[in-house]
Design a protein around this ligand. Structure first.
Ligand code: BG6
Length: 513
């Protein structure tokens, strides 16, 4: 038998395209369908996929929520919000076709009969819309609803698949509030869905630039020899926002910046920067390497926490020329709130590659600029020849958002007769190099979940390890005696000055963004 003849012939039209799994027809059931996330992010993301021709035509969206609504009312609400929040302008002809595949299912989350009705409805949709028994359940409801939803999906056998179809569940953040609650939630999820059916969202992983970190590191041989303690002086990660808490005080008051941003998004970015090369590009190979980074994060004693972590809260100030309220004056915030809206950390990864390289992270609301970036600061060249008087280091900057791109600071001779040396920037901008806007994180993540690719989703052990790192900090902050201070900073500043001291003590400074 000719084996070569058995192999499917490569499609010449797909040459050069990634070998990414293809999204499959399915019903996407969104729990919490009348909420903010569905209107601002999920449906606009699905619309954009449809508009770009990325969404298989046999994908149906079923909104599951408590309020009474007809399919048409639901479609009209979504049309309004999609027009407002979509990445690209909504085109009537595309919306009209897209909207035909949207349905509304009214039920309480805790009402078992609502799920039996849902199962029946999904069977009918399979027949009428060719969704092939594939189901993607998106838990966009409040975390207190996760348990009843998961239990009832199981009771209605919606977690099971038959004849080559699949059932998957996407779980929105926050995934627990500490290690114990994350473990408990993992146990509840496992009761209904196996790990390979579970997709825990961290939307930072869906950002184009976050994905590019792995490409930058592992598709460019020049960086690999330098990416370690021998050549890297230190690393900085900043996620700054001009926005305040807005209308989210109910959630934010119990979360704070450490739980809201560091435990998930920033630690995920750090993993991508610091991980070892995976053996292959499978989801688990990549996640195996990421979890090792989190496990290697140095754990601190209480005193060390005070010296290595700075927490802050914004007071009133000015953002882009406009006066804004302080955190404690915001709607639904306790006037004596101790919730942090800013955190800066100086941490270490105790492994062979990163031994003794300080990693400085900061995240905050009401800072002067919205920008997320990672910078790798390389060690000084020996102080001979040109380097005696140079103060600046070579810095590789990965701009996650906005103005997505990468730049490298090098030293160059200023043209002229003298030997003046100045730092200059080699710059790559996504926008100009590729001439097309990057998709939104949720577009990529939804597509991956439809394709069964969990690479950009957090695995149970990653989430638990990240909580194990964060918990002692939260405990130290809550201690009755000797808790590290909460420092105030005016809105529109770069956080409390103690965050600058964290670096100044090491003879360093935050990069100016
Ligand atoms: C969310 C946090 O996960 O991420 C928000 O809950 C934060 O507080 C947001 O504003 C930042 O995401 P992005 O994509 O706007 O940078």
């Amino acid at each position: 038998m000719n084996r070569a003849a058995d192999q499917p012939k490569p499609n010449p039209l797909r040459e050069g395209l990634s070998a990414r799994p293809v999204p499959q027809p399915c019903s996407i059931v969104i729990f919490g369908a009348t909420g903010d996330l569905t209107h601002r992010k999920l449906v606009p993301a699905l619309y954009n996929l449809a508009a770009d021709g990325e969404l298989p035509p046999d994908v149906v969206i079923v909104g599951f929520a408590r309020r009474n609504k007809t399919d048409d009312e639901f479609r009209r609400d979504l049309e309004q919000s999609t027009r407002k929040f979509s990445r690209q302008p909504v085109r009537d002809e595309i919306w009209n076709t897209f909207a035909q595949s949207i349905f509304y299912h009214q039920s309480e989350f805790g009402d078992e009969s609502g799920y039996t009705r849902l199962a029946k409805r999904l069977d009918e949709i399979d027949k009428s819309h060719g969704t092939r028994g594939n189901r993607l359940f998106y838990l966009a409801a409040g975390p207190d609803q996760f348990e009843p939803i998961l239990k009832n999906l199981k009771a209605a056998s919606l977690n099971q698949t038959c004849r080559g179809s699949w059932a998957r569940v996407i779980i929105e953040k926050p995934f627990g509030t500490d290690l114990a609650s994350a473990r408990e939630l993992n146990r509840i999820v496992r009761n209904s869905f196996a790990e390979e059916q579970t997709y825990r969202i961290d939307h930072f992983l869906g950002k184009e630039t976050a994905q590019n970190i792995l490409v930058l590191r592992f598709a460019n041989a020049i960086f690999s020899p330098l990416w370690n303690t021998h050549y890297v002086d230190h690393v900085q990660i900043t996620a700054a926002e001009t926005l305040g808490v807005g209308t989210r005080a109910g959630y934010y008051e119990t979360a704070g910046a450490l739980r809201d941003m560091v435990q998930n998004h920033l630690i995920q970015l750090l993993c991508l920067v610091a991980m070892e090369p995976p053996t292959d590009l499978s989801a688990d190979s990549i996640r195996d390497e990421k979890v090792k980074v989190v496990r290697s994060l140095r754990r601190w004693s209480c005193d060390e926490i005070a010296a290595s972590v700075v927490r802050g809260q914004y007071t009133k100030g000015t953002i882009n020329g406009e006066a804004v309220l302080g955190y404690r004056e915001e709607q639904n915030v306790n006037p004596a709130s101790q919730t942090e809206t800013f955190v800066a950390l100086r941490l270490f990864i105790d492994n062979w590659r990163w031994a003794d390289v300080p990693i400085y992270m900061r995240v905050g609301k009401r800072l002067p600029k919205s920008a997320t970036e990672i910078s790798i600061h390389f060690k000084k060249a020996p102080a001979v020849l040109f380097n005696k008087d140079l103060r600046d280091l070579n810095v590789l900057v990965i701009r996650i958002q906005p103005d997505e791109g990468i730049s490298l600071r090098i030293h160059a001779k200023v043209p002229g007769t003298s030997f003046l040396i100045e730092p200059v920037k080699m710059d790559f901008h996504y926008g100009t190099s590729f001439g097309k806007p990057s998709p939104e994180a949720y577009e990529r993540l939804l597509l991956d979940a439809m394709s069964g690719d969990a690479t950009l989703f957090a695995r149970a052990d990653e989430v638990e390890q990240a909580w194990a790192f964060v918990d002692p900090i939260e405990e130290a902050w809550c201690a009755k005696k000797g808790a590290p201070e909460l420092f105030l900073y005016p809105a529109g500043s770069w956080g409390p000055e103690q965050a600058d001291d964290l670096l100044a003590r090491d003879g360093r400074a935050w990069r100016r963004l």
